[in-house]
Design a protein around this ligand. Structure first.
Ligand SMILES: NC(=O)c1ccc[n+]([C@@H]2O[C@H](COP(=O)([O-])OP(=O)(O)OC[C@H]3O[C@@H](n4cnc5c(N)ncnc54)[C@H](O)[C@@H]3O)[C@@H](O)[C@H]2O)c1
Length: 259
């Protein structure tokens, strides 16, 4: 599905980014794995051990010079960039609106929204010049409705959806596609505290019950959609924020049966 595609994936050291990197390589992509942490090397090593091609880059997606550099590094290493998955993100910690500081907002939006903007800006230079490219971003169901994060996190992800919609029109007729995925609750590094708390209380079986699939999701279930949207199989999908959430965002308020 992704044969000979050179793809940058941010947040590749953990969770959704790591799962998508491994899957993309399995589908034939040459992956440029980016993360702040050493986990990015573990992901790249695993891809290479399985016979795939991967480059590990330690970088901060919130710093413009670093984003410009890792996009260029992909081009220099593989000869071209075909896609980018701007996936790195932070939860913001879930403080209430009255407790949040401006510094909290700047930290959350700095990674989740500015980081996505920078990935779009610096990859687009290459995509517009070559007349093709696929951009994918991780938003969240928090971008669509309340109760999936704090106001800083939710606003940061609504911003991602807006970047996607607006950029789709600013790249009118260019051959570039841009989309977002809105994951529901997925078991990753980011949600580990929620899962740890539930396991301590013995309420793990309650996690994810409020969607009609009655369970939380796994990183691979986002990764499969990500690989599809990055591939030419999604050639007519553009400007969309696609929920992958077990059906959570499809409902009006609802109380699940307790029997
Ligand atoms: N897990 C969920 O339930 C869920 C739901 C909706 C959306 N998301 C989104 O999915 C994306 C991936 O998160 P995850 O759940 O896999 O969490 P995760 O914590 O497992 O992975 C996030 C990765 O992003 C990296 N990262 C954070 N800030 C960075 C920065 N400034 N520069 C470079 N890398 C940075 C982290 O080091 C980490 O490896 C995030 O954008 C998150 O908001 C997650």
């Amino acid at each position: 599905m992704l044969n000979n595609k050179n793809i940058v994936i941010t947040g590749a050291g953990s969770g959704i980014g790591r799962a998508t990197s491994l899957l993309a390589a399995r589908y034939g992509a040459n992956v440029c794995c980016v993360d702040l942490t050493d986990g990015v090397q573990v992901t790249a090593d695993e891809i290479q051990a399985a016979g795939g091609k991967a480059l590990a880059v330690r970088a901060n997606v919130a710093e413009e010079a670093e984003v410009e550099a890792f996009v260029q590094q992909c081009v220099d290493h593989y000869g071209r960039i075909d896609g980018i998955y701007a996936n790195a993100g932070v939860s913001g910690g879930g403080k209430s609106v009255t407790e949040l500081t401006v510094a909290d907002w700047q930290r959350t939006l700095g990674v989740n929204t500015v980081g996505v903007f920078l990935a779009v800006k610096h990859s687009l230079k290459h995509f517009l010049a070559q007349g093709h490219g696929a951009i994918l971003c991780t938003a969240s169901v928090a971008a669509l409705r309340a109760n999936a994060g704090g106001v800083d996190y939710s606003a940061s992800k609504a911003g991602v959806v807006s970047i996607v919609q607006t950029t789709a029109y600013q790249t009118y007729g260019s051959g570039v596609r841009i989309n977002a995925i809105c994951p529901g609750l997925i078991e990753t590094g980011m949600t580990k505290p929620t899962f740890d708390r539930a396991r301590e209380r013995g309420t793990e079986d309650k996690i994810g019950q409020i969607n009609p699939m009655k369970r939380f999701g796994q990183p691979n279930e986002i990764g499969e959609m990500a690989c599809f949207l990055l591939s030419d199989r999604a050639s007519y999908v553009n400007g969309q924020a696609v929920p992958v959430d077990g059906g959570l965002s499809s409902s009006h308020p609802w109380v699940y049966p307790r029997n």
